[in-house]
Design a protein around this ligand. Structure first.
Ligand SMILES: Nc1nc2c(ncn2[C@@H]2O[C@H](COP(=O)(O)OP(=O)(O)OP(=O)(O)O)[C@@H](O)[C@H]2O)c(=O)[nH]1
Length: 590
């Protein structure tokens, strides 16, 4: 394999790596540095110094338009690896190079130096000159830019624009290749040995003299092969240069340049590889984070849905049972909210002397009570018990709210669910419906506890009360109590009598309150918390089980942005891996 072929093969591989990555050195590129890490060749020289001719002979084809128009009259920056939109002047040209240079892919840049200063024609601002100069400079300044400095032999080397620029941006000369063109056009009796042997201007790489096709050759359509032959003969037969013949000419220049490019590219491979490896790692970890794509068969989809539900349920239970926060707030309802609400019930008002007297009297009707006001007691107690409905229902509602919040939190905390917004909302909806049902059940149960208190009073409480006679307001009546029903007692009932009734009812209500304080939490946990742990998603599971494949798929609808991201990542990952293969092949090929 010739040096040139192996270089081209190598660059082709790297180029393929770059192309698969969509990396063309632009800012939008995935790995902008990959392409940019490669050396580029800038062919610089004064007007008509022979840049195009040299480039052609290196590449081995006739490809550049010549002699007029776009090539000669402007500072020409030709990048063979990318088109530059917005510069219609070059469009045709760039179009041409695209077609022709698929086999020589090092970033080639052709720079016409004197053109730089002459570009500002009428109507153009000086800024353009400056801009173009900056652009050119940005090419040749890059440490990975190899400068092919073209100087015509029939001009004083001291005035060479190419050497002037090269000296400026590459003082040590390590990336400058001096090319002397038009040796055949030198005045008779003069030669360029001072330059070619490095005495006029020393560079680290040897100077190479070339003889390109003359304008006459071009006009006669002398092809490249013939031109090469002619060039070879020129050096072999030249009395001045025959001793240098093996190190002169376009072919030698191409070989020299290829070897240099190859070593520079090889030197860059480790850093390119590590760059690729780093990106592969990043992409892999992102892919892990995004998760695998979902299966398409409905069995696997159902399985996935159930797995996800289970993951959610597990977290939800951890919130209730502890391990994750939130369950303690339910205890907070029982320990603070409920007792406080019970304590705040307006029994003082209900058992005010005035109300007790009113309720008892109304219960007595036309016939005042004789012994204890049985009906009065019952009505007072019933009235008081009604007040418990509020706190009882409020406890159920409070627990409901806590659990709803825990469902919301648990869905948010289920990592696996993150990518499935549809399933997330369906799970939330199903859970809320279930919690609603548990709440209804909880309410029914706690209200039943209250109702039970009114349906049957604790008889012992009253039996154990001190006898009416002893609590009677008037000691004079104590002997007749119960003995003389005919005595109209209405006016005999003093404040003390009613106060005592109030005290008794109050004591009874306190006892009931204590009971409910203990039983409402039991009912709530039984109906809501325990049920939620046991059957939060039961209905949902039944529904899912009846779903068709298509509906299952819909439930697993992913966030479109995420799906897109996964596809992108997967694609890039594959590309990077194949790029890595290409690059690895380069480092093994010798
Ligand atoms: N005789 C002879 N003519 C040459 C040589 N090199 C270039 N020429 C001629 O010089 C003219 C300019 O050559 P190009 O290769 O177009 O030079 P260039 O630097 O690309 O020109 P611009 O881009 O217009 O600045 C052409 O007519 C070439 O045929 C050479 O070594 N010997």
């Amino acid at each position: 394999m010739s040096t040139m072929e192996s270089l081209i093969g190598m660059v082709n591989r790297i180029q393929r790596a770059c192309t698969v990555l969509g990396d063309h050195g632009g800012a939008e590129g995935a790995l902008p540095t990959l392409w940019e890490a490669l050396p580029s060749v800038a062919v610089v020289g004064g007007q008509s110094s022979g840049k195009s001719s040299v480039l052609e002979s290196i590449v081995g084809r006739d490809f550049l338009p010549r002699g007029s128009g776009i090539v000669t009259r402007r500072p020409l920056v030709l990048q063979l690896h990318k088109t530059d939109d917005g510069k219609p002047d070059y469009a045709e040209f760039l179009h041409l190079q695209k077609r022709r240079f698929s086999d020589f892919i090092v970033n080639l840049t052709l720079i016409d130096l004197p053109g730089l200063t002459k570009v500002a024609v009428e109507g153009q601002s000086d800024n353009i000159v400056q801009d173009i100069e900056n652009m050119v400079r940005s090419y040749v300044e890059k440490p990975n830019s190899i400068i092919l400095a073209i100087s015509p032999a029939n001009q004083d080397i001291a005035t060479s624009d190419a050497i002037k620029l090269a000296r400026e941006v590459d003082p040590s000369g390590e990336r400058t290749f001096g090319v002397l063109t038009k040796l055949d056009l030198m005045d008779k009796g003069t030669n360029a040995l001072d330059v070619l042997e490095g005495r006029s201007y020393k560079l680290q790489h040897p100077w190479v003299g070339v003889v390109n096709r003359s304008q006459a050759d071009i006009n006669k359509s002398v092809d490249m092969i013939a031109a090469r032959q002619k060039e070879r003969e020129y050096f072999e037969n030249s009395p001045d240069y025959s001793h240098l013949a093996s190190k002169m000419g376009s072919e030698y220049l191409a070989k020299l340049l290829s070897k240099h490019l190859e070593s520079v590219i090889r030197a860059r491979i480790p850093s390119i590889t590590s760059l690729i490896n780093k990106t592969v790692e990043e992409l892999e970890s992102e892919m892990n984070h995004i998760g695998r794509p979902i299966a398409i068969d409905s069995g696997a989809q159902l399985y996935t849905i159930l797995e996800l539900c289970r993951a959610f349920e597990k977290i939800f239970k951890e919130h209730l049972d502890g391990g994750r926060p939130g369950g303690d707030r339910i205890y907070g309802v029982f320990d603070n909210q409920l007792p406080a609400a019970l304590k705040k019930l307006p029994f003082d008002r209900h058992l005010s002397l005035q109300n007790v007297r009113k309720v008892v009297s109304e219960a007595d009707g036309y016939q005042p009570h004789l012994i204890a006001p049985e009906q009065g007691y019952r009505r007072l107690i019933e009235g008081a018990l009604n007040y418990f409905r509020g706190p009882a229902e409020a406890s159920v509602d409070a627990v409901h709210l806590v659990m709803k919040e825990l469902v919301r939190k648990s869905i948010g905390e289920t990592q696996e669910l993150k990518r499935f917004p549809t399933l997330q909302s369906e799970l939330a909806a199903a859970s809320y419906v279930a919690l609603e049902k548990f709440r209804d059940d909880g309410k029914k149960t706690v209200l039943r506890l209250v109702d039970m208190e009114s349906s049957y009073l604790t008889v012992e409480f009253f039996r154990n009360l001190p006898h009416e006679v002893e609590i009677g307001a008037n000691p004079a009546n104590s002997t007749v109590k119960g003995a003389n029903p005919a005595t109209p007692p209405v006016d005999r009932y003093s404040d003390g009598h009613f106060r005592r009734i109030a005290t008794n009812v109050s004591a009874y209500i306190l006892m009931v309150s204590e009971t409910l304080r203990l039983t409402i939490p039991k009912a709530t946990v039984h109906c809501q918390v325990r049920e939620a742990k046991r059957s939060l998603l039961n209905h949902f599971y039944a529904q899912v089980g009846r779903k068709e494949g298509k509906q299952l798929g819909q439930m697993l609808d992913e966030d479109p942005a995420l799906m897109e991201r996964r596809v992108q990542c997967a694609k890039r990952l594959e590309l990077y891996k194949s790029a890595r293969d290409e690059i690895e092949a380069v480092s093994w090929a010798r």
